[in-house]
Design a protein around this ligand. Structure first.
Ligand SMILES: [Cu+2]
Length: 147
């Protein structure tokens, strides 16, 4: 009887005195203004944007995302080539420095939804799950906008 009462108390003590568990990357990141660029016509591919704030003292990396909206999903960046033309390249990760921020915005890094299954409705919100390099995940609602 005594042990039965004592065990939970002992366990609670152990939990309280052990060092805090490291927060996973998804929990360390705050996001701002997630949105999808819905064009005036039906598009096959479209871009998603948001700003990521890393509230931890460790670097954080987004390594991909999952969505039911498109057949596949890629991380992209944009750069100006020698011909002066803007082009997109696939990247494997988007890194956010400790206590830093990274904006995914038109003309720069973005989430690329490839082979969209259905047109998006401006004003509607759609679920996208970001995946981080430690395997943690964060599901967000992205608003479809027609810029
Ligand atoms: Cu792209």
């Amino acid at each position: 009887m005594f042990m039965r009462k004592l065990m939970p108390a002992l366990l609670a003590c152990l939990l309280l005195t052990s060092p805090p568990l490291m927060a996973d990357q998804a929990a360390s990141v705050e996001v701002e203004d997630p949105w999808l660029r819905a064009g005036p016509t039906v598009q096959r591919n479209l871009a998603g944007y948001l700003t990521l704030h890393n509230r931890s003292d460790e670097p954080v990396a987004v390594v991909g995302f999952e969505t039911d909206l498109a057949a596949s999903s890629e991380l992209h960046t944009m750069s100006i080539g020698e011909d002066g033309m803007m082009s997109m390249q696939r990247i494997l990760a988007i890194e956010i420095p400790p206590q830093g921020s990274h904006a995914l915005a038109p003309g720069g890094d973005h989430l690329m939804l490839v082979n969209l299954k259905n047109p998006l409705e401006p004003g509607a919100e759609y679920e996208i799950t970001l995946t981080f390099s430690d395997g943690s995940r964060k599901t967000l609602l992205f608003e479809a906008r027609r810029p």
